[in-house]
Design a protein around this ligand. Sequence first.
Ligand code: CP
Ligand code: NVA
Length: 303
Amino acid sequence: MKHLLSIEELTVKQIGEILALAKKLKAARGKASHPKPLKDQTWALIFAKYSTRTRVSFEVGIRELGGRAMFLSNNDIQLGRGEPIVDTARVLGRMIHGCVIRTYQQKDVLDFAAAAGIPTINALTDEEHPCQILADILTIEEKLGPIWKKTVCFIGDGACNVPASWIFAAGKLGFDLRIAAPRKYQPAADLVKRAGGRILVTEDRAKASNGADVIYSDTWISMGKEEEEAQRLAELDGYQINDRLLAHAKPKALVMHCLPAYRGKEITDDVFERHAQTIFDQAENRLHVQKAIMALLAKSWRR
Ligand code: CP
Ligand code: NVA
């Protein structure tokens, strides 16, 4: 594994390796035996969008693996004034050991990885959020056992990055994925087809959540869509995680949210607070999974 750019390009074996190492690193956290595969390395974080969890978990993770993290907001570097991403990549590739990128276009992350020649991680684009979904799978398996026997129901904006990564994960790992969204917010049919797997896309919330093991949501207004806020709130109204929806799921279904959450919109305050343990376990698992990804990339990468 040279980079972590998309769930689509991972093999089932690589997903298994990431999750297994994440469990080990989680157990070893704070112990003297904790490995330091990034010793003497500097990794950069280039972020063109807001972030709490991703930024903090990568910065802390790099440090815990023995490396040094350098946070570069898009506006701090010449990239923000129009320097091409490939030139940025060719400079950084000669100086640092790995790069974590959060931006708009998936193509920018792919171009950076190709031009920099150092391990590159997609920390969210408009198209995918692979680190999030790997952490979510770890969380589900910790609580419910192997995911391939389970049914995950995503409700809300089914056309954004988080459900897209869920779609590729379902295609790889063979669990049932159901996406409940108004027609306009459903994932592109060719993406679902490309992923393969057992995926149902529907407007019918009851059908999607019926007997589900996991009910999952994300904000209705992804970063970059702020101008559409009023329209999205109106069009996605009803595609909310609330007690009416949960009545269709298994009685002990997990409620998950990638965060940040907007109570009263995609999830009610009451349901969020009742399931806060799971939701914040999910957030913590970002740290363990991303440490595993970086450790594996550093191992397979020889300068
Ligand atoms: N879930 C997630 O990626 O959170 P941040 O936007 O805070 O990084
Ligand atoms: N779909 C959301 C995810 C935030 C972690 C966004 O892109 O803003």
